[in-house]
Design a protein around this ligand. Structure first.
Ligand SMILES: [Zn+2]
Length: 258
């Protein structure tokens, strides 16, 4: 296996960390928006309660005017009653007065009802405003927590980026370029472990002579999966270079013994 592969494994590991951290960091603005949107319902409730209050206040005003109007009418009829000439006209006026007074009483009843509605609407506004305040406190706490997590992840990302630089520095440039190229095609993954004679990237069988070559410490060749193209490595024990000859011989002898 190429001697830089362990550094490449480190690089891949830190790159995966970086990708996960970036994905998580990208989700924070949405999380903050979601927390804030919890206030929408409470805000709408306050607006609706205030509207209901204004409407009930208008109603109350209307019934106040009704009471005044009927009182005025009753007064007018009573003023006229001194001037009437006939019993019939007097009786008719008395009737009008009684009628107007009945209307005053009715309007006053309605006014009382509507005053209760106004009070209820006022109570509702107060309770909705209290709920909104409570929700705002809760959301502020949640936001603080999210922002603290965000700051924490940002710090981890900075550390990971620094780690990446030191890991990358240990990998020769051509291999680094290959790693970047392969990773680009495979969603950020450039390496695949060979285990139980299979490429763990795609599950295809890896030929024995390649496995043997990966186990050779002196082999500076880079092997890629024939099926998926990922750079292969093995975590199985690496054998010492065969003192008997070049790596080509070592490979063929090793494969024949397996
Ligand atoms: Zn593969």
């Amino acid at each position: 296996m190429h001697s830089a592969i362990p550094h490449l494994i480190d690089l891949q590991h830190v790159d995966q960390q970086i990708a996960a951290l970036r994905t998580e960091l990208d989700s924070f603005p949405r999380r903050i928006r979601e927390a804030d949107s919890k206030l929408n319902g409470a805000r709408a409730a306050v607006t609706a309660a205030k509207e209901a209050l204004v409407n009930s206040q208008k109603e109350r005003k209307k019934f106040e005017l009704d009471v005044e109007q009927w009182k005025d009418r009753a007064r007018k009829y009573r003023d006229q009653s001194g001037a009437v000439k006939t019993n019939e006209a007097y009786r008719a006026l008395q009737h009008e007065i009684a009628n107007a007074e009945a209307e005053v009483a009715k309007a006053e009843d309605r006014q009382l009802d509507v005053m209760m509605l106004v009070e209820e609407a006022e109570r509702r506004v107060r309770s909705c405003e209290a709920s909104l305040k409570e929700a705002e406190r809760e959301v502020a706490g949640e936001r603080k927590e999210i922002e603290a997590r965000q700051a924490e992840k940002k710090k981890l990302l900075e550390t990971a980026l620094a780690d990446r630089e030191s890991a990358a520095a240990l990998v020769p440039e051509d291999l680094r370029e290959l790693y970047a190229r392969v990773g680009k095609r495979h969603n950020g993954t450039a390496l695949a472990e060979v285990r139980t004679e299979q490429c763990r990237g795609c599950g295809m069988r890896v030929l024995p002579h390649i496995i043997q070559a990966l186990r050779q410490e002196a082999n500076e060749e880079v092997y890629r999966c024939e099926s998926c193209g990922l750079i292969l490595y093995t975590l199985e024990p690496v054998t010492a270079p065969n003192p008997g000859g070049p790596s080509g011989n070592a490979v063929s002898s090793a494969s024949s013994s397996s």
